[in-house]
Write a protein that binds this ligand. Sequence first.
Ligand SMILES: Nc1c(NC[C@H](O)[C@H](O)[C@H](O)CO)[nH]c(=O)[nH]c1=O
Ligand SMILES: CC(=O)[C@@H](O)COP(=O)(O)O
Length: 168
Amino acid sequence: MATANKNLSQYDKETIPNAKNFKFGIVVSEWNEDITQGLFQGAFDAFIDNGVLKENIVRWNVPGSFELIYGCKKLTESFEMLDAIIAVGSVIQGETKHFDFVCEGVTQGIKDLNLQQDIPVIFCVLTDNTKQQSIDRSGGKYGNKGTEAAIAAIKMAQLRKDAKFYKD
Ligand SMILES: Nc1c(NC[C@H](O)[C@H](O)[C@H](O)CO)[nH]c(=O)[nH]c1=O
Ligand SMILES: CC(=O)[C@@H](O)COP(=O)(O)O
């Protein structure tokens, strides 16, 4: 298993671009709110640890992971100055195939946003078989996927900035 027995959330600050001038959005699903809040906190704390100003982080909430697609799209339209967005969700297998469709839908939707819009949208949606797996990955024994998402957001914001520089 890719994550088991590892904490993938540790990072070397020396390898992370300075983020003090970047602006980030975080769209958070309210389904499994204890998990998504843990993911949000991991991302927020990693942003601050890498120099992002609190006033440069905007948070919107949506009902469920499927609504992350529309929420991220509208956030992009409302805040054109953002350098990257993180979509935070927690999908946990229930009795039916609904899990499969929600996971596939939000995955494809966020992929489409990255193709259609100019602001990177980072995929921080847990798709777990059990609640314990979600707990382990949102600040538990396997680290925090929110932390990893924030580092990815900073790196992609820097890539976007560098790309613009070379183009202009
Ligand atoms: N079961 C989970 C859901 N389901 C709700 C959907 O995301 C969506 O809000 C609904 O289908 C209305 O469009 N959402 C999660 O984020 N996590 C789940 O485990
Ligand atoms: C991922 C879901 O939508 C799921 O948690 C809903 O549960 P169920 O499949 O038992 O209706």
